[in-house]
Design a protein around this ligand. Structure first.
Ligand code: DCB
Length: 359
């Protein structure tokens, strides 16, 4: 009898000890993770996903996991049906480490020989790029780049299937931000009748799989009309409304539009801007670009510059002499940055976030 009690006591003590070990282990483990995140944050060495986590929208501001205002600054690809080959891991690493971008936008055109005419191949390219960005700890925007298909409802069935599959594949991945249509345009495409109903179909599909993702929604007339969304906003959280400007064309009047929208509580995201006029190929305007940069910094607006390509046009970041092969001849990508590219790179804060790089 006595020995039975002794065995039982030993057993109880054993179980208690195990429980204590597990408890202490858990405690120190969660501490370590928290400490590491704290250190990253305090040193300010990471403007990347590991340092900021799942972003969310609070009022008109984008915030990081520490509830601080957070700005995404990065570059957009050109159409990946044309310029996919430029998007090597080396080049994205260069943009991250030398220029200091924390986000990359994948412009997946729907028309112009893009997704609609070649879904399997284009989707694979987009997924490869998303994976690359995740690997590089970058935020990444998958942009359903409607353009000549001016009404996003034109390919809504394809959009539904794409966003269903993608949000399932990348379920709750903090890197990924969804831009559900690029630039709705033409006078007949309005917020109330086309864009809002489209968004109301697509957003629940994404949310069903990835409930905390930030979703960007295009606005009328190539993303310059914030008035209608302000009057009739979407009834979802973590939504931002896109505004696009081309510095040679859009100036203080456009900034007033944004200021008014912000004052009325509309969260705005500059998911595309260029240093040129709206054609993307003339009117390179450094002065207007500076005005915009100041404005965006003052208002905690995230921005994406158009575009990472070597197309012979002024808004391209690379000169047309660039090709991946030229890099093998001892030159670096720095030898092929265009006038526009050299302007834009100054505005991405490399020093603050990448103390290893002296610029
Ligand atoms: C937007 C588009 C983007 C376009 C740039 C510059 O279009 F979102 O796709 O990029 O702004 O125009 C250009 C490329 C060209 C390419 C062309 C068509 O730089 O190389 O040939 O796309 O694929 C806008 C923006 C504003 C206006 C019109 C367009 N606007 N648009 O206000 O009239 O029609 O392209």
């Amino acid at each position: 009898m006595k020995s039975k009690i002794r065995v039982l006591l030993k057993l109880i003590i054993f179980v208690i000890i195990i429980a204590i070990i597990i408890f202490i282990n858990k405690l120190t483990q969660s501490h370590t993770e928290k400490d590491v995140a704290e250190i990253i944050k305090r040193l300010g060495v990471s403007n990347l996903v590991s340092g900021n986590g799942n972003l969310y929208v609070d009022g008109t501001n984008l915030k990081n996991m520490y509830h601080e205002n957070f700005q995404l600054k990065g570059i957009s690809s050109h159409g990946i049906q044309w310029y996919y080959d430029l998007l090597t891991k080396d080049n994205l690493t260069y943009l991250r480490d030398v220029w200091g971008i924390n986000v990359f936008r994948i412009a997946m055109y729907t028309n112009e020989n893009g997704y609609i005419s070649n879904p399997t191949e284009i989707k694979q390219k987009a997924y490869n790029l998303i994976d690359m960005c995740i690997d590089l700890d970058l935020y990444v925007i998958i942009d359903w780049h409607t353009l000549s298909d001016n009404d996003p409802n034109m390919y809504i069935e394809e959009a539904k299937a794409f966003f269903e599959e993608t949000s399932l594949k990348y379920q709750n991945v903090p890197n990924l931000i969804y831009e559900i249509c690029n630039e709705p345009n033409q006078g007949s495409v309005t917020w109330s009748n086309q864009i809002k109903p489209y968004a109301e179909e697509i957003i629940p599909i994404i949310r069903n799989n990835s409930k905390d993702s930030v979703i960007l929604v295009g606005t009328p007339t190539w993303c310059v009309n914030l008035n209608d969304p302000t009057n009739e906003p979407l009834d979802f959280n973590n939504i931002m409304y896109t505004f696009h400007f081309y510095a040679g064309t859009h100036k203080s009047e456009s900034r007033n539009t944004i200021t008014k929208a912000l004052e009325n509580g509309l969260p705005v995201f500059i998911s595309e801007w260029g240093t040129t006029d709206i054609s993307g190929n003339s009117g390179f305007d450094a002065e207007s670009t500076m005005d915009w940069i100041h404005f965006m910094d003052e208002n905690n607006l995230s921005w994406i510059n158009w575009s990472f390509s070597n197309k012979d046009e002024d808004s391209a970041i690379l000169t047309s002499e660039y090709s991946n092969e030229t890099l093998q001849e001892g030159l670096t990508i720095d030898n092929y940055i265009s006038e526009s590219g050299n302007l834009v790179r100054q505005f991405i804060n490399t020093k603050k976030y990448n103390p290893l790089y002296e610029y």
